[in-house]
Design a protein around this ligand. Structure first.
Ligand code: ASP
Length: 456
């Protein structure tokens, strides 16, 4: 029997209406036997996620005040209690003991700050799972609640960034026996240390719980239910009629994802990739759509699968006569970037020039120091900095076999008179990067989409 592990994210469990959609999805397929749930996500536009409220409470209001959001710890406490109260009422389940336990938990105070944060953060998933469990039971589902602290989802002692310990896989195998047609319901995001302290993984960590469960039980598929139809060929915020990519490899997905356009937690893919377990991104609000399947391997039927765009990039261009002949020049340059704490992307280079592409945001508060160190240690002739660049990346494993796609891309840009600032091919030959000025980036993306993807 093929087991499906299904993870429902914050938007899929944010209110009773969404939770009712979840039960329909679970009932629709008998192989959906492991259900992982997040804490309730943002319900209305100006609302905050329950996990953020919990963090605000644990930090006595600091979490929101740092983001200039005017919500006190007291406000967060009532938002959390209200949310769970409303959920219980709307789903018509008994609320007294759930709410009493929740209130008691939220009064706890551990002397270790990180431990305190982790404990509070975990309560969103913990109580949401309890409520969903009661509701599923009421609806006649043969459901069993599997709490991480009970079946042994063991993490190391990094309280707010826990990593899975090896024994977790053994514990999952022993406890998830799939007897008696049971469906297992698991709160995502948290686990326990060997000393029984609650630990959370990084933010968005329910994806990780689902990925680890899928890997440990060697599931047929890991369904990741969210609020989008899948991974789009291009950012649908820029091109509204963009299509969802039906199949792509883990590597292609990584190349296509950029800040603000990530569909799920990358580390959740690692073990699925290792176990060759496909991940299917699905939409809770549109369950008829097949979504996107992410695989370890696929037949490259088309050259290009998608085009990503990364905005707010900056280029730091260094000039020095014959720098290419100075052994160790690039190594020293990259060392300076690492000492200043700036992540680097591409490095186009020739005899007298090298440019380093970075995220503009990373330069904030650091650029003065960076320039000073470079001038002092590398004796450069000039340093030019260009801000507001966008990197457009063409992705597809088929590009390796047909590099001429790039000729079509450049021709399309030429026809529209769109200049580019940078161009390079990745060593894997499955992606090409074209750097353009940010003010024309959307036009460039649209041009490439129309000529390479839209009508194929
Ligand atoms: N609730 C957690 C968060 O907001 C984990 C998750 O939703 O995956 O980060």
């Amino acid at each position: 029997m093929g087991i499906k592990v299904c993870k429902f994210g914050g938007s899929s469990v944010k209110n009773s209406l969404q939770i009712k959609k979840v039960i329909d999805i679970v009932k629709d397929d008998n192989n959906r036997r492991v259900i992982v749930v997040s804490a309730p996500g943002r319900d209305e536009q100006y609302d905050e996620k329950i996990t953020d409220h919990l963090l605000n409470l644990a930090t006595n209001g600091k979490h929101f005040s740092e983001q200039k959001v005017d919500i006190t710890a007291k406000n967060s406490l009532s938002a959390i209690i209200n949310k769970f109260n409303t959920l219980c009422e709307d789903l018509e389940i008994k609320k007294e003991s759930i709410l009493n336990d929740l209130k008691k938990d939220l009064e706890k105070n551990f002397s270790n700050q990180e431990k305190n944060k982790a404990y509070f953060l975990s309560r969103g998933e913990h109580y949401n799972a309890k409520i969903i469990y009661e509701f599923f039971k009421l609806q006649g589902l043969n459901i069993k609640l599997m709490l991480p602290e009970e079946f042994g989802f063991i993490l190391n002692e990094e309280y707010c960034d826990g990593k899975v310990k090896y024994e977790t896989y053994k514990n999952i195998k022993t406890n998830f026996t799939f007897e008696k047609d049971e469906i297992y319901l698991v709160p995502g995001f948290y686990g326990i240390t060997k000393q029984n302290d609650i630990v959370v993984m990084s933010r968005g960590g329910s994806d990780l719980t689902g990925g680890e469960l899928a890997y440990a039980i060697d599931a047929d598929i890991y369904e990741n239910w969210t609020d989008t139809n899948g991974v789009y060929e291009v950012d649908p915020r820029v091109i509204s009629n963009a299509n969802v990519i039906p199949r792509l490899t883990f590597k292609e997905l990584r190349l296509l994802s950029s800040k603000g356009f990530n569909v799920f937690h990358f580390n959740a893919m690692l073990n699925c990739k290792k176990g060759k377990i496909p991940i299917n991104i699905r939409n809770t609000n549109n369950p008829k759509h097949d979504g996107t399947i992410i695989l370890s391997e696929r037949v490259p039927m088309e050259n290009l699968v998608g085009i990503a765009k990364l905005d707010n990039m900056a280029s730091i261009h260094l000039q020095k006569d014959m720098l290419a002949d100075e052994i160790g020049f690039t190594a020293e340059l990259l060392k300076i970037f690492s000492e200043v704490g700036i992540n680097t992307y591409h490095y186009p280079t020739d005899k007298d020039d090298i440019a380093i592409l970075v995220e503009q945001e990373d330069l904030k508060g650091k650029i003065n120091n960076l320039r000073r160190e470079i001038e002092k240690r590398l004796n450069t002739d000039n340093i030019f900095i260009t801000y507001n660049l966008s990197i457009i990346t063409l992705v597809g494993i088929g590009l390796k076999e047909n590099t001429f796609t790039i000729v079509d891309a450049i021709t399309a840009l030429k026809e529209k008179n769109i200049f580019f600032e940078m161009f390079d091919m990745s060593p894997s030959k499955i992606s090409f990067h074209i750097g353009v000025s940010q003010n024309i980036a959307n036009i460039a993306l649209k041009t490439l989409y129309e000529s390479l993807l839209e009508n194929r």
